[in-house]
Design a binder for this molecule. Structure first.
Ligand code: SF4
Ligand code: SF4
Ligand code: SF4
Length: 287
């Protein structure tokens, strides 16, 4: 299987995560998986026709759109790798500003003519082309990437994770009676008890499972990098209201107080505020 690896607007962390798979990465290379184009690994200017394209990053510039359309036209299958590609991801934080304000704030020292032409917003690639498989995560865990690619190479359907991170976290959910919420650096988390029950804002109850809950397992809150779980996407639920209710139920803190707290830290919720969920070809294709 001939493979292209493409990077659009992103931090390149997803391809690095793929490399972090170590021996499993080498193993897949020996299994009929040949990378023929990748600006990270190979010096080749022309994008060849292939069986599979793996794309990290989203569409923020006119150049990105041109590139993703060319890549789609030259690939039999296309995988969106990482939440920038699948939903818009952390790079969507730029959507807080208009393009004019964004350029003034971040690039006021640059020559404008040297900058790529920006789109009004950051878009996931599914807004422009058909995507066959989505692997959300920031970055996706190496084992998830390897599982997905091995399944695709052997023409099997990869696992579709549709539950929430809480199902993979071994912390105990208990209702508490707290006065207020806490920042993650404000106090040390008690092991074994759900972080929300301790007053921290953990997004595990909204977020798609599959990562193995590495963050809450070591005492750090889940920031939702796998995007919303199926249950939240299907029923067009108000995710913000759902999170406020979950936190209030587990902490005893009134909902208005939680809303005020979340309002102060919108970046915690960025994956859910700015990402887009309406262009998925099929939910079952989300790995
Ligand atoms: S999903 Fe995260 S790791 Fe991957 S390219 Fe985007 S910002 Fe980087
Ligand atoms: S909310 Fe966070 S800490 Fe609590 S069970 Fe879910 S993932 Fe674990
Ligand atoms: S626990 Fe949450 S933030 Fe951490 S990898 Fe999983 S989905 Fe991402």
């Amino acid at each position: 299987m001939k493979v292209n690896i493409i990077s659009l607007t992103c931090c390149a962390g997803c391809v690095s995560s793929f490399l972090n798979a170590g021996e499993a990465f080498l193993e897949i290379l020996s299994e009929n998986f040949r990378i023929v184009y990748s600006p990270t690994f190979i010096d080749l200017k022309e994008i060849p026709k292939v069986d599979l394209a793996i794309v990290e990053g989203g569409v923020r510039t006119e150049e990105d759109e041109k590139l993703i359309r060319e890549v789609r036209a030259k690939s039999r299958l296309l995988v969106a790798l990482g939440i920038c590609a699948t939903h818009g991801g952390i790079t969507s934080l730029g959507d807080i500003f208009s393009v004019k304000k964004f350029l003034e704030k971040e690039y006021y020292l640059s020559e404008r003519t040297q900058l790529p032409e920006l789109k009004d917003l950051m878009y996931p690639i599914g807004n422009f082309v058909d995507v066959d498989y989505y692997i959300p995560g920031c970055p996706p865990m190496p084992f998830l990437i390897i599982h997905a690619l091995k399944s695709i190479v052997s023409e099997k359907q990869p696992l579709h994770h549709k539950s929430i991170v809480c199902t993979e976290c071994n912390r105990k959910i208990i209702p508490a009676k707290l006065d207020r919420l806490h920042g993650i650096y404000e106090k040390e988390a008690t092991p074994e008890i759900c972080l929300v029950s301790q007053g921290f804002i953990c997004l595990g109850s909204l977020t798609r499972d599959g990562c193995g809950a590495p963050c809450p397992r070591v005492g750090f809150t889940c920031f939702g990098c796998r995007g919303p779980a199926d249950s939240l996407m299907y029923r067009s639920r108000d995710m913000y209201a759902f999170l406020v209710k979950v936190i209030s139920r587990r902490t005893g803190v009134p909902e208005e107080k939680i809303r005020a707290e979340l309002y102060k830290t919108p970046f915690i919720f960025h994956t859910f505020i700015f990402s887009r969920f309406d262009r998925f070809k099929a939910r079952e294709r989300i790995i």
